[in-house]
Design a binder for this molecule. Structure first.
Ligand code: ZN
Ligand code: ZN
Length: 375
């Protein structure tokens, strides 16, 4: 009796296609002849698991196998699934099955690195400082920076104008070579042509055949309203030019919002403190409050305490995303005069006498709390 295919792969009969594939990959890696040179036992196992996967990995074949077992595919047993003229899987090289599935560099994702062919331009970063006002309203900025640009002489081709290109002899035009490193096979960008598949007979001098040179550049960028420190804006395609006409990278603009003398920012909310005279806070009245643009009057009620916060809805920062602007939080600071005229002093003394302040310098409610803790 032949080995059960599911047992060979170490999966349950109910295994999904994905589970089967993973199981096969694992087993095939383990027993692959490249990793077990001269090991007959491993080779035999490799053949068996490959055969098992060839059947179970194919939905129709798997169904037949589930019904009839291996006999469904055995020429000597008269099974139904064999192709004509002996084209059954027994003739198939198990290595082919493996390579078909995972590519020539089947071990690439396992051990070695599958280096991607990458001639694309690099992403670049620039840092940009804006004022709080600019952050609130948005601003158009011209940003100078250095980047690779397409070589003017060869228009990015990397070849001396008028010279020829021929197929790269190292990779035969594939742009990739397969390299063996011990047991591992790796697909690599062709070192001769850098993945282009072409050989430049006469490299362009100014760019040394890269098709790009470094130059000062500027980009005009619209900074949207609502940006904050840490906001990252992407300017697509404005990074470095790719080698020999490959796509350019992106430019990332990192925003820093400068501190403001009056306003502090917390997300979309702004906060500022406004010094208010004691008499105004006590009697109530109108105070002038700064906004990002201009100013506004705020009525404060009589008896406003120091530290009271008034919220002006929608007077904060505009949102970078979404639709609701933040608020402006105005904190009242009681402004105690440091210098007074004689007349002012007289008036204040008269007020203190009327209140009995000299006998009781702190308020009644505070005194009762104090007594609770320090009787
Ligand atoms: Zn050039
Ligand atoms: Zn090449």
């Amino acid at each position: 009796m032949a080995d059960d295919y599911y047992t060979l792969l170490g999966v349950a009969k109910s295994a999904s296609a994905d589970e089967l594939k993973k199981a096969y990959r694992k087993k095939a890696m383990e027993f692959h002849p490249d990793r077990n040179p001269g090991n007959k036992e491993a080779e035999e196992k490799f053949k068996k698991v490959s055969r098992a996967y060839e059947v179970l990995g194919d939905e129709a074949k798997r169904r037949l196998y589930d019904q009839h077992g291996e006999a469904a595919f055995d020429p000597n047993m008269g099974g139904g699934a064999r192709g004509p003229a002996g084209g059954g899987f027994r003739g198939a090289d198990p290595r082919d099955i493996f390579e078909q599935m995972f590519g020539g560099g089947g071990f690439g994702g396992f051990g070695g690195a599958s280096e991607s062919q990458d001639d694309a331009g690099e992403d670049l970063r620039v840092d940009l400082k804006v004022t709080l006002g600019e952050a609130a309203e948005g601003v158009e900025r011209k940003i100078p920076y250095r980047k690779h640009v397409a070589c003017a002489k060869c228009a990015g081709s990397g070849a001396e104008p008028g010279s020829k290109k021929s197929r790269c002899p190292t990779c035969g035009g594939q742009g990739q070579v397969v390299r063996s490193n011990g047991f591992f096979q790796m697909r690599q960008t062709c070192p001769s042509c850098g993945g282009q598949g072409e050989r430049i007979d006469k490299p362009c001098k100014p760019c040394s055949g890269e098709g790009r040179t470094v130059a000062e550049s500027t980009v005009s960028l619209r900074i949207p309203p609502g940006v904050d420190t840490g906001t990252k804006l992407r300017s697509s395609g404005n990074g470095s030019a790719g080698r020999r006409g490959s796509p350019a990278g992106d430019l990332y603009v990192y925003i820093t919002v400068l501190e403001h003398e009056l306003f502090e920012r917390d997300g979309d909310d702004l906060a500022c403190s406004v010094p208010v005279k004691f008499s105004v806070a006590a009697l109530g009245g109108k105070i002038v409050v700064p906004k990002l643009k201009g100013k506004t009057n705020l009525n404060i009620p009589a008896g406003t305490q120091g530290g009271t916060i008034f919220r002006l809805r929608g007077e904060g920062m505009p949102p970078l995303r979404g639709s609701t602007a933040g608020d402006l939080l105005v904190r009242v600071d009681i402004d105690v005069p440091k210098k007074m005229t004689d007349k002012e002093k007289e008036a204040l003394k008269a007020y203190a006498a009327a209140c009995g302040d000299e006998a009781a310098p702190v308020s009644e409610s505070w005194r009762s709390k104090f007594k609770k803790f320090f009787p």
